[in-house]
Design a protein around this ligand. Sequence first.
Ligand code: ATP
Length: 327
Amino acid sequence: SYCSFSSRISFLKAPLIPRRRERRFVNAIAAAATTIGGKEKILVILGATGCGKSGLSVRLGTHFPAEIINSDKMQVYNGLDITTNKIPLHERHDVPHHILGDVDSDKGEFTPLDFRIRADNVVSDIASRSKLPILVGGSNSFIHAMLVTHFNPNDDVFNATIPRLISSDLRYRCCFLWLDVAFPILAEYLSIRVDEMLQLGMFEELAEFYNPTTAETASYSGIRKAIGVPEFDKYFKKYPPARNNKIHKSAFNDAVNEIKLNTHVLAERQIGKILKLKQAGWDINVLNATAAFRAAVEPGSRMNREEIWKNQIWEPSLRIVNRFLEE
Ligand code: ATP
């Protein structure tokens, strides 16, 4: 059942709080090392939806003096917290999060150029507090727009029919960590996560969000592009939300299956985009999270799940980030 699955993977979320002495030591390194040669240092955590980026970033954010900048293009908007999978407040463990849920979704689309400008200001603020900015999120078009030295908003480097050269000339000193999970294992987890989101109230959230007028227009923009909105719009057009609505099982299951499929497609595309960045010469450190995920999916696994996560994700991450801060 997904309840026991959820408790099995909960170790991805609980941060390891460093001891006081360790924390003082990392404070000293980071304060000396957040800028170099005029360029700010930033840590970038890449990965498909659902691979554990938020958990890792919060753990790193409690270990190092750091602040998190969200780079998921749906999570920048206010509203639809369950549907877009925003990290809940209690899981942030007092690590400040920026550009997360504070863009007004009624004010049109937040573009990659908007993100580039906002995020650059946030980086300067975080650096002025001698803290390390950690960029975390699955929108590679946002990450690309923010990091390249020369950004052309008219050039869609990922979706162009003719392959475009992605520049590796970046305007910050970046350390990249890619949490990579083998696709079949990730897909299995993503389907379970959709069921969990429904348990948490995704359907009710979307019912409240549903607007028959906007649902009539075929074009989706801003937060209305979030997976779940178009899929359930079809359902609500047939069965408009009302108090004490009964669930129409067959149409409901159609929407849920479509959401699962679209989530798999999103994850696959995201992985493809990260590979393009890597091929373009971005110096991306790959952390293979497959074993940690497999251990969570298969309860019979002998080695302790947390142990696998610690050995394969946490410790390599720490080594890489420490080296980067000492540079
Ligand atoms: P693109 O080049 O297609 O704009 P991208 O890398 O900029 O891709 P993605 O984050 O991959 O951005 O988002 C693409 C689409 O995937 C979104 O428009 C949305 O439909 C869906 N999506 C992405 N993140 C979420 C999320 N957190 N919740 C729901 N849907 C999401």
